[in-house]
Design a protein around this ligand. Structure first.
Ligand code: C5P
Length: 224
């Protein structure tokens, strides 16, 4: 473990779930705990990077030395990321961003009706934050974009395809129901050469390995 492999680099990380409001007191979210994203933020900071963490709602404290912006919805996460993207060398999308938001969210708390008819929610698709960031890299080559993918099956098959679809150099695959909320994880790195398995370990150990892998891949790129 080389402690300062990201010295001089600025790293932007998304973590946690998003929360998509239904009304002022209700919403739709997912089981992401934020542990993996926070571990990556801590590992990047330990490696000497200046780290900005854009986080959905989690119970976790910001890692030491890491600046955090708290958001709730996917749209707020996108806005916070785009507003802080300039000058970043690395973008790592670890957040479990909701694919859909509620298009007909109510401004007031929804009430039960006399007749008992339940509300009908309509959905709109959220923008893909990672793909949006990746689309900006064509100009300067920065930021180097890293995505995460949680699949419940056929990870080897889906991983390589997802990396290409998102237009990113590095995709980290993990098995969704084996990782959400857990302290341990198994991850597979997909890059243009193929895939590498990082065997099951605690999330901080894996995060440190991932940070080293990212550092290796950008070490010959000039600083901004
Ligand atoms: O397509 P899928 O949701 O499986 O891709 C997961 C990756 O894309 C993660 O890195 C996640 O943070 C990112 N993502 C995103 N914005 C979305 C959906 C996913 O940044 N709306």
């Amino acid at each position: 473990f080389q402690p300062k492999s990201l010295a001089g680099r600025r790293v932007l990380i998304t973590a946690g779930p998003t929360f998509e409001p239904i009304d002022p007191v209700r919403g739709i979210t997912n089981l992401s705990s934020g542990k993996m994203g926070y571990a990556v933020a801590r590992a990047a900071r330990e490696a000497g990077a200046e780290v900005l963490l854009v986080s959905g709602p989690t119970a976790l404290p910001a890692p030491h030395g890491v600046r955090r912006i708290d958001v709730q919805s996917a749209r707020q996460m996108l806005d916070a990321v785009m507003a802080n993207l300039k000058g970043q060398h690395v973008f790592i999308g670890v957040a479990a961003v909701a694919d859909w938001r509620v298009a007909n969210a109510s401004e007031q708390k929804m009430k039960k009706t006399e007749g008992g008819a339940p509300p009908v929610l309509e959905f709109a698709q959220n923008e893909d934050i990672l793909a949006t960031v990746a689309a900006t890299t064509s100009v300067s080559g920065w930021p180097y974009c890293v995505g995460f993918a949680a699949e419940s099956e056929n990870l080897l098959g889906y991983g390589a395809g997802k990396r290409e679809k998102k237009g990113i150099p590095l995709l980290v695959g993990n098995i969704g129901h084996h990782t959400f909320g857990q302290d341990d994880n198994t991850i597979i790195l997909f890059d243009e050469h193929g895939h590498t398995v990082l065997p099951r370990a605690d999330k901080l150990t894996l995060a440190r390995q991932l940070v080293l892998e990212i550092a290796k891949r950008i070490e010959h790129s000039a600083l901004l």
